[in-house]
Design a protein around this ligand. Structure first.
Ligand code: NAD
Length: 257
């Protein structure tokens, strides 16, 4: 007779950035459902309140922390606040991100800097602050949000560069932190139905449904992805099911090339 599986994150503590909505919220819910105590981080604590309430209503444990992940002082304060509450961090999901799309010839320096800072520098800042606790513990798992756009995407020079940078950063952190029992991996989603992609649709002048239909037509599975379909892969990388997996980037894109 087989023994039932125990929740993969029972007794573990997780920090998810950009967790007020979209993929981050789905990831926070998933980790909490599997037993983790989750720090839900976003620009303001108010933005985190609905996710916090959902997790608690479902019987899980969660706290909210406010942070702009591109601000080094606020990142350090966020990590210390989480350590103050939880005492340790077993899982870090670097999920916070944003877009400011424009064709290269129209892209401002500010658009470039802000997207690099929020999507790429933030991963360096948060990981640097968290790793010292994970190194002391001699364990930890970090999952970074890259994107299919890392392979190139019209109008996203800044975002594509940031998301490609995350893949190199992931591979390098895996090399440096591996000796301390810390695994570092990345996921690279294709088109996922979130407020981010809905905002892109509105900006280019179509409805989110029209925008999704177009993306679905170019995807072998003929549909776009759901945030929960990214969260489940993030949870895999964060769990002991991936105990010998590090330095990898996995595309979650319905089979698109
Ligand atoms: P979203 O815009 O719906 O949610 C992003 C969250 O990050 C928001 O709650 C926002 O407040 C927060 N955030 C933004 N800037 C922040 C900052 N400076 N500090 C702290 N929090 C900040 O986005 P999403 O679609 O859920 O995307 C989540 C991650 O997945 C991002 O890194 C994104 O680039 C990546 N991604 C998304 C898709 C997609 O199709 N939706 C595809 C590939 C990769």
């Amino acid at each position: 007779m087989s023994t039932p599986l125990s929740p993969r994150f029972q007794g573990r503590y997780a920090l998810v950035t950009g967790a007020a909505q979209g993929i981050g919220a789905a990831t926070a819910r998933r980790l909490a459902a599997e037993g983790a105590a989750v720090a839900v981080a976003d620009l303001t604590a108010e933005r985190c309140a609905p996710v916090l309430a959902e997790i608690r209503q479902a019987g899980g444990t969660a706290i909210a922390v406010d942070c702009d992940v591109s601000d080094p002082a606020r990142v350090d304060a966020m990590v210390e606040a989480v350590i103050g509450e939880f005492g340790r961090i077993d899982v870090l999901v670097n999920n916070a991100g944003m877009t400011r799309d424009n064709l290269l010839f129209k892209m401002s320096e500010d658009d470039w800097d802000r997207v690099i800072d929020v999507n790429l520098k933030s991963v360096f800042l948060v990981s640097r602050a968290v790793q010292k606790h994970m190194v002391a513990q001699r364990s930890g798992a970090i999952v970074n949000l890259s994107s299919r756009s890392a392979l190139g995407n019209r109008g996203q020079a800044n975002y594509a560069a940031a998301k490609a940078g995350i893949q190199g950063l992931t591979a390098t952190m895996a090399i440096e932190l591996g000796p301390f029992g810390i695994r570092v991996n990345a996921v690279a989603p294709g088109y996922i139905d979130t407020p981010m992609t809905a905002a892109t649709a509105i900006r280019v002048g179509v409805t989110p449904e029209e925008h999704q239909s177009l993306a679905a037509a170019n995807t072998p599975l003929r549909r776009v992805g759901r945030p929960e379909e990214v969260a489940s892969v993030v949870a895999f990388f964060a769990s002991d099911d991936a105990s010998y997996v590090s330095g990898q980037t996995l595309y979650i894109n319905g089979g698109a090339r």
